[in-house]
Ligand binder design. Structure first.
Ligand code: PLP
Length: 381
């Protein structure tokens, strides 16, 4: 979809893009200035493989301040974006033939990380009527001795769902019972609009569950730093060390300048995070209000991240431009061609009937984009 949209743009067509998975804001200036200073000061060399100690200490300070988690720098691995942290975790933990529980709708990379480690994703449903939390009955049916890990992601991309602490704890207890490692992707931890964010490891410790949890975090979404490629993982020392060995042979360390800037991001003024969160909340509410006016579209209120995940199932099997709409790939294609709006088909996230709309764009674009989608949908017969 993004490629098609780029082609259209290059032809001068006015395309509205709801597919972006990144904040549209620039990185806050105090973080940019820290990077400039790092270069001027000569921090342009390799760092320690797992990350410079100053940055790992800043991460420990952040984890203690915001997540009530005490870690030492030896339990932290800094990587080239959180995607790399997650990849390292899968490479370190999954052996050929192992199974890994992935909840659908899932971020597209989760099953691929598992397959790249020669494992098999076991897709377990979530309950859309229940905030996209795990369908524990489905999980129970799929439990097998081959399962080694479970990947969770709250707040979720693509649903925007934020799991209640009860569900996370229930899952942690199952993981403990069957000796699975929990890989918890918490990259949207600071973008929660309703209720509170619960870190899996915080619950694990406070409720003394004793599961093995590798938590993965990103600076990309919180500080609008997607291009800086900086993320980190915290977890049991032996797992972090195994991940560090794999990273050491693949990419050595993360970018030295981004690490220096990361120290300032994590330990500096956090007002920028609140400012961006407030903007996302306004945009979410604006988009929801407009989506509510569309015919035959149901959209639950996303509680976190920056995605709305409306259900367009009622349009499947109908006709648009004389063609039958078979799935959401067809819907997204049709919306792009007829209205010049880029959306992401839910089928790619294991969620037939849904499309993902990012509201990491300004309100004017949101108004224009949704009114174009309305015209497109009203022409489906
Ligand atoms: N996890 C989820 C759910 C994401 O949506 C993303 C980015 O889109 C990432 C991880 C990766 O973030 P990073 O930019 O730190 O690699």
């Amino acid at each position: 979809m993004a490629t098609k949209a780029a082609e259209m743009r290059s032809q001068g067509i006015d395309v509205i893009n709801f597919s972006v998975g990144e904040p549209d804001f620039n990185t806050p200036s105090h973080i940019i200035n820290a990077a400039k200073k790092a270069m001027d000061d000569g921090f342009t060399k390799y760092t320690a493989g797992p990350g410079m100690i100053e940055f790992r200490e800043a991460i420990c300070e952040k984890l203690s301040r915001e997540n009530s988690l005490n870690y030492s720098p030896t339990e932290i691995l800094v990587s080239n974006g959180e995607k790399h942290s997650l990849f390292n975790a899968c490479q370190a933990l999954i052996n050929p033939g192992d199974e890994v529980v992935v909840f659908s709708p899932y971020w597209v990379s989760f099953p691929e990380f598992v397959k790249l480690s020669d494992g098999f994703p076991v897709i377990v449903k979530t309950d859309s009527k229940n905030n996209f939390e795990p369908d524990f009955k489905d999980l129970k049916k799929k439990i097998s001795p081959k399962i080694k890990c479970v990947i969770i992601n709250s707040p979720s991309n693509p649903t925007g769902g934020v799991w209640r602490p009860e569900s996370i704890s229930r899952l942690l207890k199952i993981a403990k019972k069957f000796n699975w490692v929990v890989i918890s992707d918490e990259c949207y931890e600071r973008l929660v609009y309703e209720g509170e964010f619960f870190s899996a490891e915080k619950l694990n410790r406070s409720e003394k569950i004793g599961a093995s949890v590798v938590s993965c975090f990103s600076l990309s979404k919180t500080y609008a730093m997607t291009g800086w490629r900086i993320g980190y993982a915290s977890g049991p020392k032996e797992i972090i060390e195994a991940m560090a060995k794999i990273q050491g042979q693949a990419t050595s360390c993360a970018n030295s300048i981004s690490q220096k800037a990361g120290v300032v991001a994590l330990t500096g003024d956090q007002k920028c995070v609140q400012r961006m969160r407030k903007k996302f909340l306004e945009r979410r509410n604006h988009m929801l209000l407009l989506l509510d006016k569309l015919n035959n579209v149901i959209c639950d209120k996303p509680k976190g991240a920056f995605y709305a995940f409306p259900n367009l199932n009622k349009y499947i099997g109908k006709r648009a431009n004389k063609k039958i709409i078979k799935d959401t790939f067809d819907i997204s294609d049709y919306i792009l061609e007829s209205s010049k709006v880029v959306t992401v088909p839910g089928d790619g996230f294991g969620a037939p009937g849904y499309i993902r709309l990012s509201y990491a764009t300004n309100k004017k674009n949101i108004s224009e984009g949704i009114s174009r989608i309305k015209i497109a949908l009203d022409n489906i017969k």
